[in-house]
Design a binder for this molecule. Structure first.
Ligand code: GCO
Ligand code: MG
Length: 444
């Protein structure tokens, strides 16, 4: 068979056009392409758009990438609950025209070029938009290969994804009941919080309110009651729920560095699986002191944007779990590199998996979790009925394990008509101020 016959038999006439070549050169290029893709035609990106939906009143954003093959599309998570409309603009006004007409197959090339297409980079809005595109292209590649994405990443290292769940309550009895319930549902890893992050319900002295400083709806968070209350909680849960269960806790960066170090030291005797986000990103320089003082395992990074924030912490062995929000750092393409870096330093993964990650994002987390050796734990949420209807193929939680379906790509679809029935809540979604008694703003 000569080249022309081969190309015709593979239906690659269109491929020649797509490659924009002619003569002998085009024949050779098409033949090479055809060998590399087992005869699949080259595909272009036709359309990129952001879709918003809030079936649980959390502002989810998903990017849909349509290709030149009718009906073949991919989905990626670009959820930024506190600034959803900015991501929509970044996707629809900037990434969509940038990506249109480009090769669907070249994920890394497209990522690198889209990343620098704004010149200034590494912000949460642009990184989320980029993740939407990136994950959608992985989804498409899986569909084209007729394989789940974890197969493209090297195949399974474990049969399913061990997860932690969230337990808590305002008083100790409620927390105990919540932990026991999770243990009965099969969880081995449980994150405990006493009320909301920083236990604001234990704080009393909102002096700023009496002084008329700030707005009356601003909330108060005092350091001492939080630390004392958290230690009491650990003591109570260990004595009533036993020593077998792995306990986790999120400081959520709400206390000054020395208080965080002090709390971690005092938590040592309850041997937590990890303590999360003890220090704000602005306090990154304190990690050496933290490490010298305590052997409590540290999970860090859900607020990080830029590689410079995690590389040093990993290579200096200052943290044990890397915890990034995959859409926030630019996508699966970045996260798998972080995971590979972590392997050399025995830093394990703990990808951020709260309610403000779409089911597409949770599935992407899980595909990566399945395929990496240095997996640590996955944060999980259960999706309500409405979310499962909007996103057919949602990952499922069973006995503490997250399972994905084995469909090609990420295995999660989006019913756009249904998604439109759950518009964003009317408030913009930003976080209200949290203050110390004198009114000083608390981070984050
Ligand atoms: C977590 C997180 C979240 C974030 C939220 C921000 O560990 O799950 O800290 O609860 O606060 O995702 O929007
Ligand atoms: Mg957290």
């Amino acid at each position: 068979m000569n080249r022309r016959d081969l190309i015709q038999s593979l239906g690659l006439g269109a491929a020649l056009g797509a490659l924009k070549l002619n003569g002998a050169e085009s024949g050779a290029a098409a033949e090479n392409y055809s060998k590399a893709t087992k005869g699949l035609p080259p595909l272009k990106i036709e359309k990129v758009k952001a879709i918003l939906t809030a079936p649980e009143r959390i502002r989810l954003c998903v990017v849909k990438v349509e290709t030149s093959e009718p009906g073949l599309y991919g989905l990626g998570c670009a959820t930024f609950n506190q600034r959803p409309l900015t991501v929509v603009t970044a996707v629809n006004e900037y990434l969509a025209p940038f990506a249109k007409g480009r090769d669907v197959d070249g994920i890394e090339d497209l990522w690198q070029n889209a990343y620098t297409s704004s010149y200034w980079r590494n912000g949460p809005v642009l990184n989320n938009a980029l993740c939407g595109l990136d994950q959608a292209l992985w989804d498409i590649k899986g569909k084209r290969a007729n394989m789940p994405v974890y197969q493209l990443l090297g195949g399974k290292c474990r049969f399913a994804v061990p997860c932690y769940t969230h337990c808590g309550g305002n008083d100790l009895k409620q927390i105990e009941a919540s932990v026991k319930g999770a243990m009965e549902r099969g969880f081995r890893h449980i994150r405990i919080q006493r009320g909301g992050y920083g236990s604001p319900q234990l704080s009393r002295r909102a002096d700023f309110k009496e002084a008329g400083f700030g707005l009356s709806r601003d909330s108060l968070m005092e350091v001492r009651p939080y630390i004392k209350g958290t230690l009491e909680m650990f003591e109570h849960v260990r004595s009533t729920c036993g020593d077998e269960i792995d306990l986790l806790h999120d400081i959520h960066e709400r206390i000054p560095p020395m208080d965080a170090i002090n709390l971690c030291k005092q938590l040592e005797k309850y041997h937590p699986f990890f303590v999360e986000d003890p220090l704000a990103p602005e306090d990154i320089g304190y990690f050496r002191q933290l490490r010298q003082q305590t052997c409590v395992p540290i999970a860090m990074g859900e607020l990080y944007n830029s590689p410079h924030e995690w590389v040093g912490l990993m290579s200096e062995r200052l943290i044990d779990f890397i915890r990034v929000h995959i859409s926030q750092i630019g996508g699966l393409s970045v996260a798998r590199k972080i995971a590979a870096l972590g392997e050399w330093f025995n830093v394990r993964s703990a990808w951020h998996g709260p309610g403000d990650v779409s089911p597409v994002g949770h599935a992407a987390n899980a595909h990566l979790d399945l395929a990496i050796w240095n997996f640590g734990i996955q944060e999980s949420v259960s999706f309500n009925q409405r979310t499962q209807e909007v996103f057919p193929g949602c990952p499922t939680l069973e006995k503490g394990y997250l399972r994905i379906n084995e469909a090609p790509g990420f295995g999660v679809d989006l019913n756009e008509e249904l998604a439109a029935k759950y518009p964003l809540p009317s408030n913009p979604g930003y976080w209200e101020p949290i203050r110390r008694p004198d009114g000083t703003a608390v981070r984050p």
